[in-house]
Design a protein around this ligand. Structure first.
Ligand code: SF4
Ligand code: SF4
Length: 373
């Protein structure tokens, strides 16, 4: 259950906004707010996950601090949103991962790297780990294929299952019936909004980020991370296809599809994550929430480390550093996937759920207008 103090503040702010309605065209939150007269927990949780903290409403608000109403929508909704991540975490016992996220994610990742090192040393020996290996199958000379792929698959499916379980809890709490999810037009509209980063464009001039001025830099860097991640996923999938169906062993040539996809995706993610970390370091703290900032920074650092160690491995794969870099990269990837359901990645899941619900509400509204008309 989200903190009652955070719910109370979000309710107070939304009630003032619902009387004012000046920000109606800024994002999806305000039209969704206007469909309600009062706000219970499920409404507030839904609205908080619909917000993506562009801050337009904060800088436009005549009731923002120092006004006595002290309306600060992005901060109030961010605080509540951070509560929902812990609230819907699966299994519940791990919701504490959100409390000291940077430390715990760092700890899990360090343990994964150390464990990968120790296991490789014990089972493969130091000569194998610290020698150069070249040609097809070079990676598997250091870490055998089964030892690399089996744990990776377990961690990947664990992360997917935990995130799906969180999504189902979020949907049950905010909308109720799971049968409402069988709505293809709503899925398609939410997909278009999510993949086009629709609401990050603001009115066309971008977000008020990192300060009051309109800027598209956050949107572009977000695009780089988002599509870079998809390209890297495409690289892994293609490599799996090559291995299982073509019987070609990694590492693949520099101009092969998996390496080109992985390199472009990795570079995009490095630039995007560093850019977003830089923007965060410069951003106005008043409309933000410290806990959310810490989640953002931790996740961005993990994405950066994943792509950077991958690129380093690619650059030095024919040298004696390959074994060490491979083990470090696998440890970082393991840390990323094990902590994925307890990281800022939850934002992608719950925000997508909120966008589907928003699309359903818009359709319901349009249909009721047709009936009344
Ligand atoms: S954020 Fe301020 S200006 Fe915007 S709707 Fe709310 S009260 Fe009105
Ligand atoms: S911060 Fe941006 S996304 Fe969030 S409610 Fe305000 S205008 Fe909407």
């Amino acid at each position: 259950m989200p903190s009652s103090e955070h719910l109370k503040e979000a309710d107070r702010v939304m009630t003032i906004c619902n009387a004012c309605r000046y920000c109606a065209g800024f994002c999806a939150v305000f039209p969704a707010m206007e469909r309600r007269r009062t706000f219970d927990t499920k409404d507030l949780v839904y609205l908080s996950n619909l917000c993506f903290e562009c801050r337009a409403c904060f800088y436009a608000c005549q009731y923002a601090p120092p006004h006595e109403f002290a309306v600060n929508v992005p901060s109030a909704l961010s605080r509540l949103r951070a509560d929902t991540y812990a609230d819907y975490a699966w299994p519940r016992i791990l919701s504490g991962m959100y409390k000291n996220n940077a430390f715990l994610v760092g700890l899990v990742t360090t343990v994964c790297i150390v464990a990968a090192f120790v296991l490789t040393l014990v089972f493969q020996g130091s000569t194998t780990l610290f020698s150069a290996h070249q040609g097809a199958g070079a990676f598997y000379a250091v870490v055998p294929y089964g030892a690399m792929v089996f744990p990776a698959m377990v961690m990947f499916f664990y992360a997917i299952f935990a995130l799906l379980a969180g999504f189902v809890s979020f949907w049950r709490r905010t909308r109720g019936s799971l049968s409402d999810l069988v709505n293809l037009p709503a899925f398609a509209r939410a997909m278009k909004d999510a993949f086009g980063l629709q609401y990050m464009k603001g009115g066309g001039d971008g977000c008020n980020y990192p300060d009051e001025k309109f800027s598209k830099s956050r949107m572009w860097h977000h695009h780089l991370v988002f599509y870079g991640f998809l390209l890297d996923f495409g690289a892994t999938t293609t490599a799996a296809f090559y291995h299982h169906f073509m019987h070609w062993d990694a590492p693949y040539p520099y101009l092969s599809v998996p390496v080109v996809l992985g390199t472009v995706g990795g570079v995009m993610m490095c630039i995007g994550t560093v850019g977003l970390l830089y923007l965060k370091s410069k951003s106005d703290l008043e409309p933000s929430e410290e806990k959310m900032l810490s989640l953002d920074r931790t996740f961005l650092v993990m994405l950066f480390l994943t792509s950077f160690t991958g690129l380093l491995l690619l650059a030095l794969r024919e040298t004696a550093f390959m074994g060490t870099l491979l083990v470090i990269h696998l440890g970082v990837v393991a840390g990323l996937f094990l902590t994925l359901p307890y990281s800022k990645f939850a934002h992608a899941v719950y925000r997508y759920g909120a966008l589907i619900q928003n699309a359903i509400e818009i359709r319901e509204e349009e249909q009721s207008r047709v009936v009344l008309g």
